[in-house]
Design a protein around this ligand. Sequence first.
Ligand SMILES: [Zn+2]
Length: 322
Amino acid sequence: MPLTPAASAIPLVPAGLERVAHHRRDSAWLDAAFQSDNVRILVMREGLPLVEGSAPPSTPQAIGDRLAPGRPLLWLGAQAAMLSPKATRLFLGETEKGSPVFALELPSSFSLDSSPIAGLGVFDDFRVAASAMDAFNGGAAATARCLFEWHRRHGFCSVCGARSKIVEAGWKRLCDDCSAEHFPRVDPVAIMLAVHGDKCLMGRGKTWRPGFWSCLAGFVEPGETIEQAAAREIFEEAGVRCSAPADYLFCQPWPFPNSLMIGLILQADDDKLTIDENELETARWFTRDEAKAMMAGQHPDAHAPMHFAIAHHVLKAWLDRG
Ligand SMILES: [Zn+2]
């Protein structure tokens, strides 16, 4: 029996989308594909995906807020090119049936109400929409959001300071002044469950919804491995040493804005906590039965991470080990 789920079971992990990167430099092919009858175009504005329906979107206020039901992405065809001449175009790849897949980011000034698609869709909170996405939609939307966020934050060359431009269908930036090439960032984050006997360690951020708990997490720093980062973060945040090698589970692209969440389980040397209150509101050990109740929504005052977050699956992987 496998001890960890397949990567395809983790939300936002892409499936059914071939990147066909060899097309990225072929502007004639890209232009033809963008206007083809079978093109599929995902639309975003300021990181929010366009979803079906005209009802107003709901916006969570804090991490751990219960989410309204997500609505399906509203995929458009070639007519999406008419929406705005200022849109940023990204080539995501092809479906398994060979349909080209693009994403467009509309300018912040774009008004749905006065557009040709008024009444068909709304821009919804990414996490709300992601909660209903399958692997194809989630992978496409997360990839697009990561790239659009990177472009938004990296408009200038980090070598000489001149404005850089988008090339290769959205997968690179080029500085015309100094010729430096810039590639999209991926920031690795270790997200981990320290366990000790029949207990697991979870923490709370200061701004999270009351009662919401999750795995500890932190960015991997230069010069360390993922496993070392996981052990370091647990010690820094909760004062718990984990001397044994960390156990890698699976990872998840996380487009807030460019992270790769890397799930691990670590055996703690002991269960004494020394919490860094600059980093966490608090942390505590949960027994296996408590964690099961949290996952089932039956714990009286503690809530587990939601299904689309990798922390949910890290906790589930530990529970599944029995
Ligand atoms: Zn430059």
